[in-house]
Design a binder for this molecule. Structure first.
Ligand code: SAM
Length: 272
């Protein structure tokens, strides 16, 4: 079932003020992560979720990955989403007592220690401050049993030795276009952040940041969904301006922006 437009996050906000991901959602986009469904599938393959897994998803958004995960019929699935409207959409895909979506913050979920074997979150850490990024990763580690896996799929800066001035420029341009603070890290910085919380990085993959490029739109949304998105954007003047501004920034920094997927494993000694 597709969400109906009445219930989409961002409803009631003016297009000129709306965070970029909700503007894209209003225009019909359902996949809101930088590496698209392709990098999500690589993450999902590497996580190899089984029927015995207890899965926690941070920030499921409109539930595109939730649906992939639920196909593996894990022992339990719990999503923690900050936005009420998004949480209501995710709940439509859930069944039974062992699948739930709570409204809350990934940095303080209220879930029990050692209650998960898999935690993942996509396109949600990049938009946090450095301190909150670490708090969210620490929370994932607290939830995980030793040996458990934590996956992230985020925006990434390249190369690892990118000048600080360019990083700041990209941070400012992205934040201005998306209307949310967006501070991506280099691959080395993302790894360090995971390792600092007691995770051992087992997998890394990168792909181009093509969120708003035609080929990726079709891959992520299907031909019909991509045409619907383009049609909606074409019809709304302010949305068109915003989408072009976002794509303009992604294109301007295409040599320094990518999508990254990392899988960390909780080591035996890591604190819960
Ligand atoms: C760019 S969207 C990505 C949604 C989805 N993960 C995807 O990739 O399509 C960012 C999502 O993160 C959620 N979010 C941001 N900060 C959060 C937090 N601290 N705790 C829970 N959810 C959060 C937002 O409400 C939104 O659903």
């Amino acid at each position: 079932m597709e969400p109906n437009d009445q219930t989409l996050p961002g409803q009631g906000l003016k297009p000129e003020k709306m965070p970029g991901h909700w503007l894209l959602a209003q225009m019909g986009k359902r996949v809101l992560r930088p590496g698209g469904l392709e990098l999500t599938r690589r993450m999902s393959d590497a996580l190899a979720i089984r029927a015995s897994d207890h899965v926690v998803e941070f920030a499921p958004g409109l539930g595109a990955t939730a649906r992939l995960t639920l196909r593996h019929d894990p022992a339990s699935y719990t999503a923690v989403e900050r936005d009420d409207a998004a949480a209501a959409i995710v709940r439509r895909f859930l069944h039974g007592d062992h699948q739930k979506c709570v409204v809350g913050h990934a940095e303080e979920t209220g879930l029990a220690d050692d209650s998960a074997t898999v935690v993942y979150g996509e396109a949600m850490l990049s938009m946090q401050t450095t301190n909150t990024k670490s708090r969210i990763i620490r929370e994932a580690v607290r939830l995980l049993r030793p040996g458990g896996r934590y996956a992230i799929h985020e925006l990434c800066l390249v190369p690892d030795d990118l000048a600080e001035a360019v990083k700041d420029e990209i941070h400012q341009s992205l934040s201005a276009a998306i209307h949310a603070g967006v501070r991506p890290l280099t691959a080395a910085e993302w790894r360090e952040l995971l390792e600092a919380e007691g995770l051992s990085v087992k997998e890394q993959a990168q792909s181009p940041m093509h969120l708003l490029e035609p080929k990726r739109l079709v891959q992520d949304e299907g031909l019909f969904g991509a045409v619907r998105f383009v049609w909606n954007v074409a019809r709304h003047k302010e949305a068109r301006r915003r989408v072009f501004a976002m794509r303009g920034v992604f294109r301007k920094y295409r040599d320094h922006l990518a999508a990254i997927m990392l899988i960390g494993q909780k080591t035996e000694g890591a604190a819960s």
